[in-house]
Ligand binder design. Structure first.
Ligand code: SAH
Ligand code: SF4
Length: 380
């Protein structure tokens, strides 16, 4: 028998009625999943054994298989397989701080970067994910399963905090594989689950949709007023250069049209927008372009996030130098726009922005090491 997802609220309600359960039983199940981070019905000891068995027969909590986990000091990257055989990734990022007095490194907060699609077809020239092409849109259950699984992983890895609650994910960002606006119906439902206090209960500030922008779903997003933060992948305030960096969509959804929609959003909601800007050496990191960017964002409720480009052997681009990034930051700040430089995380494990799908792409582009010492194919 095919199992329902635990996020199928109608199926769960039908199950409740069929088994004559009081509504508080459903709240107990949710508490186990969203507060105690349990992912196995057998471990839900607040429920009777009989009920646990019945739930097990009819429902699944995680609608993905875990293929692999790749760790480095500051990230855990999960390779998930969907029931239809596609593989995609999400990344946990552990942010530490050093205590001034003891110089001890302490875990401060945890962010999960989730995927909304398998692959991507937007085609930003600096991102390895699009080289996989678009394989499929993830379902609501597949996206939410990433969060449920990762919370359970964090619980097992770090245990309890001093206040006796479990360590858990504080922020969820749609910065993994895929363009969330191109899978908007599922993403919208996911956002409600993430922010609803009956489920994950994360605040607006702690859920961020990152988008390279596709105008029609954006208009819908504005109308829906989803309770999440918005990050817009700008990369260049110069129209011509943006068309070069994001060739598939930038010429249709011009900076002028996009900012008309963005202004409408900020006017209506009063929310600030985070702008992301991948810093690529000799491409979009000049002083002149910093002025163009500063002028565009000046007077708008904006925060610019500069992302040092994460290099990939599959792509012939380089990261800006630290000095160049600093200059760019100073220029944009001179327009009164707050700017931060994103900390690099997960490069060793190929878990950083724009590196998801790396192993797949690498497998396609870089062949297995050649055994012939005289081989001159230039790929091995
Ligand atoms: N498709 C969405 C979300 C996924 S990409 C978007 O483009 O916004 C998440 C972020 O990673 C985006 O800001 C994107 O521009 C950035 N990114 C992509 N490739 C990168 C790379 N190689 N180095 C650094 N950041 C990259
Ligand atoms: Fe797709 Fe985002 Fe990568 Fe562009 S940066 S190809 S939109 S995942």
């Amino acid at each position: 028998m095919t199992k329902h997802s635990i996020f199928d609220t109608q199926a769960l309600e039908a199950f409740r009625k069929e088994h004559k359960l009081q509504p508080y039983r459903i709240r107990q199940i949710y508490k186990e999943i969203f507060h105690n981070f349990v992912i196995d019905f057998k471990e839900m000891t607040a429920l009777s054994k009989d009920l646990r068995n019945k739930l097990e027969e009819s429902f699944e909590i995680i609608s993905l298989e875990v293929e692999d986990v790749i760790e480095d000091d500051e990230t855990s990257k999960f390779l998930f397989k969907t029931a239809d055989g596609n593989v995609m990734e999400s990344v946990l990022m552990y942010h530490f701080h050093t205590e001034q007095r003891t110089l001890e490194k302490k875990l401060n907060r945890i962010t999960l970067c989730i995927s909304s699609q398998v692959g991507c077809n937007v085609g930003c020239i600096f991102c390895v994910t699009w080289k996989m092409g678009l394989k499929k849109n993830l379902t609501r259950e597949e996206i939410l399963s990433q969060v449920v699984y990762a919370n359970n992983y964090v619980k097992n890895k770090y245990g309890k905090k001093v206040d006796n609650t479990w360590y858990s994910i504080r922020n969820v960002v749609f910065m993994g594989m895929g363009e969330p606006m191109l899978n908007y119906p599922a993403v919208k439902k996911v956002c409600w689950f993430l922010t609803d206090t009956n489920y994950f209960g994360l605040s607006r500030k702690r859920v961020t949709i990152s988008t390279s922008w596709v105008l029609p779903p954006l208009k819908q997003f504005l109308a829906d007023d989803l309770p999440v933060s918005l990050a817009f992948s700008l990369h260049s305030a110069d129209q011509k250069l943006r068309e070069e960096l994001v060739p598939t969509i930038a010429k249709y959804y011009t900076i002028e049209k996009l900012f008309a929609a963005l202004d409408e959003y900020t006017d209506k909601t009063g929310n600030k927008i985070f702008y992301e800007y991948v810093m690529i050496k000799d491409k979009n990191d000049s002083r002149e372009l910093a002025h163009t960017c500063g002028k565009l964002l000046q007077g708008r409720p904006a925060h610019l996030n500069l992302i040092p480009y994460n290099q990939n052997p599959a792509i012939d681009l380089e990261e800006s130098t630290e000095a160049r990034i600093k200059k760019f930051k100073d220029v944009v700040e001179s327009y009164g726009v707050p700017v931060t430089v994103r900390q690099n995380m997960g490069r060793k494990a190929k878990s950083a922005c724009g590196q998801l799908g790396y192993e797949k792409v690498q497998g396609k582009i870089i062949q297995k090491p050649c055994v012939d010492p005289n081989c001159d194919c230039k790929k091995c």
